[in-house]
Design a binder for this molecule. Structure first.
Ligand SMILES: *Cc1c(COP(=O)(O)O)cnc(C)c1O
Length: 385
């Protein structure tokens, strides 16, 4: 535990790889599984998939997918074929969809690993269809209808073309028809209902297949939006799906950095690059080797006219002073009893005092970006496996 502040008391329970770690990222797989169970219950009778793109939102594709599979998840969505192969290597029997779709000449790679492309355009449909016909195999794929995001997927016009001439759809198996909501994090936004209605209309022009519309926030919009399959990502990882509401999910991530050095600096001196932060009192500073190269965003730093994030040692607040450097931050430990501030002591940066979304708010971004930016230098601890 960090609370008693005894030197290395927490790290002594970790292995030797942890001894050299400048930061410790703890991922709570039990919390992840309980978030999955909560979303699956909310979505039932629809089936609950999991979106594990971008290395499971930065938390580690293999351990996360394996834990979700144990919690009953059978269907996984990733962005790229490379990510899909990683899921397949971990889970031989899972269903895996690739959201970015079919790039030219990748059909055999999908087929070899039983991966399913999400077909986003008429050319992708033509290619998959030709490949399946050539192989004499009715392989599975999803169709993605763009119902208003204007980003990826079949337009209403494309769907009309397929409705008039469905021949390209006859040589493969449409296992899913999906669309994606643009404004589900704002439940009152009129676009939600418009997308729902357009999705209903367009999918009825296509052959009958399972349907999916909702991401995490879409699940909270209620049963109208659930169809046969829901696709949560951020909620599984403890992030806020719906804006301006209490977040009901369990936190999954904790980030701690270790104190590398402690120094006493006189009032009037400055801290860090740019010398833009003057100390207004004699200050005891602790330097923690976590920086923007670790995804610890520069906006979290402090200057004379911009307070920084407050880190914590146990329950003692330790505000950041000065800028965030590439590999380092400095925190104010003046008011913390010295028995709690040793070289090697862990400082909580993300956790019970600062959630992922608190950090995102301070850094003018969203929890998704905080999570997917989490650095590769941290020692990662997966608990509750
Ligand atoms: C990323 C993504 C999701 C998951 O979204 P969350 O907001 O993280 O729940 C679902 N569907 C599609 C198409 C996505 O790209």
């Amino acid at each position: 535990m960090t609370h008693n502040g005894a030197p290395s008391s927490h790290l002594s329970t970790l292995n030797s790889a942890a001894a050299e770690a400048t930061g410790v990222l703890t991922i709570d797989l039990a919390a992840l599984r309980s978030n999955y169970a909560a979303m699956a219950t909310r979505a039932a009778p629809a089936e609950c998939a999991a979106v594990v793109k971008a290395d499971a939102y930065g938390l580690g594709l293999e351990p996360v997918a394996t834990a979700l599979h144990k919690a009953g998840c059978q269907i996984f969505f990733v962005a790229t074929l490379t990510e899909a192969r990683q899921v397949r290597a971990a889970l031989r029997d899972a269903t895996v969809y690739v959201l970015d779709g079919l790039l030219p000449d990748t059909e055999p790679l999908f087929a070899a690993e039983r991966l399913r492309p999400v077909l986003n355009s008429l050319p992708e449909i033509a290619d998959w269809s030709a490949y399946c016909a050539g192989q004499g195999k009715t392989l599975k794929a999803a169709l993605h209808i763009d119902s208003g995001m204007n980003r990826l997927g079949l337009s209403a016009n494309d769907v009309a073309i397929l409705a008039r001439d469905p021949a390209p759809l006859s040589s493969f198996d449409i296992s899913l028809i999906m669309s994606h909501l643009a404004c589900a994090d704002a439940p009152d936004h009129p676009k939600n209902r418009r997308q729902l209605e357009l999705f209903e209309t367009l999918r009825n022009l296509l052959p009958k297949a399972s349907a999916s519309l909702a991401n995490s926030a879409g699940i909270f919009l209620g049963p109208d939006y659930h169809f046969d399959l829901v696709r949560p990502g951020i909620a599984l990882y403890g992030g806020e799906a719906v804006l301006d509401r209490p977040n009901p999910m369990n936190p999954v991530v904790r980030l701690e950095g270790r104190i590398a050095q402690i120094r006493d600096v006189q009032s009037g001196e400055t801290v860090g690059y740019g010398a833009g932060h003057h100390l207004s009192r004699d200050t005891r500073l602790a330097t923690v080797p976590v920086g923007y190269a670790d995804g610890f965003i520069r906006l979290l730093g402090a200057s004379d006219d911009h307070p920084g994030l407050t880190a914590y040692i146990g329950d003692y607040p330790a505000p950041l002073l000065g800028r965030v450097s590439m590999d380092l931050i400095t925190i104010d430990v003046t008011d913390i009893p010295s028995e709690h501030t040793f070289r090697g002591t862990l400082v909580e940066l993300i956790g019970s005092h600062n959630t992922v979304d608190d950090i995102a708010g301070r850094a003018q971004t969203i929890g998704y970006e905080v999570l997917t930016s989490l650095g590769r230098r941290y020692h990662r601890v997966y608990k509750g496996a």
